[in-house]
Design a protein. Structure first.
Length: 191
């Protein structure tokens, strides 16, 4: 006599970009209440994970895709999912070839957020800090700054002889004299 398996699904979904991880608990009993043996006749042999786009939880828009997972594996990672609401369910199969009804169907929204790199970092490449004179040009040296200190802003304040000078934080400058200007600059480059 063939036995139909009742699947109890415990689902968790981790979404990383366009990937979902489906995890479930295998059933321990058959629909007639008998215990599923650990091995031999009537034991579990596989699970079939079904997944697809859904607009209503529990209703696949089209025929779902499926993955066969051999027992005792109880987790599968599904990659390359497009943005949208995805539904997932699991069937179990025993050695008799009987497949359970589908588990509870659960859903997860995939929001393919593109990976965007951080902007380039602009750092000091020389140790002399300058003030800006009253005409808005490069003024006299007023102190020193360590190499590889983050410069402020994304655009140079002054370009002179092919060199670009960006604003520096006064906290990063060891002053040798008090600047007349509120803006201090240093020679910086994108790294």
């Amino acid at each position: 006599m063939k036995k139909l398996i009742l699947l109890s699904l415990m689902f968790s979904s981790t979404v990383l970009g366009d990937t979902a991880t489906v995890t479930w608990n295998h059933p321990t009993t058959n629909t007639n209440g008998s215990t599923i043996p650990a091995s031999g006749e009537g034991s579990l042999v596989s699970s079939r994970v079904v997944y697809g786009i859904c607009t209503v939880v529990g209703t696949f828009n089209n025929a779902p895709s499926s993955l066969l997972v051999l027992y005792p594996t109880n987790s599968v990672e599904i990659n390359s999912l497009a943005a949208g609401q995805w539904c997932f369910g699991v069937y179990s199969k025993n050695t008799y070839g009987s497949e359970s009804l589908i588990s509870a169907i659960v859903s997860k929204t995939i929001a393919n957020t593109p990976t965007i790199p951080n902007p380039p970092v602009i750092l000091t490449v020389a140790t002399i800090a300058y003030e800006i004179n009253s005409k808005g040009n490069l003024g006299s040296p007023i102190g020193t700054v360590a190499l590889n200190v983050k410069c402020l802003g994304t655009e140079p304040l002054i370009t002179k002889r092919g060199n670009t000078y960006y604003e520096l934080s006064i906290d990063d400058v060891q002053l040798s004299k008090m600047p007349k200007s509120a803006i201090i600059v240093g020679l910086c480059a994108i790294t």
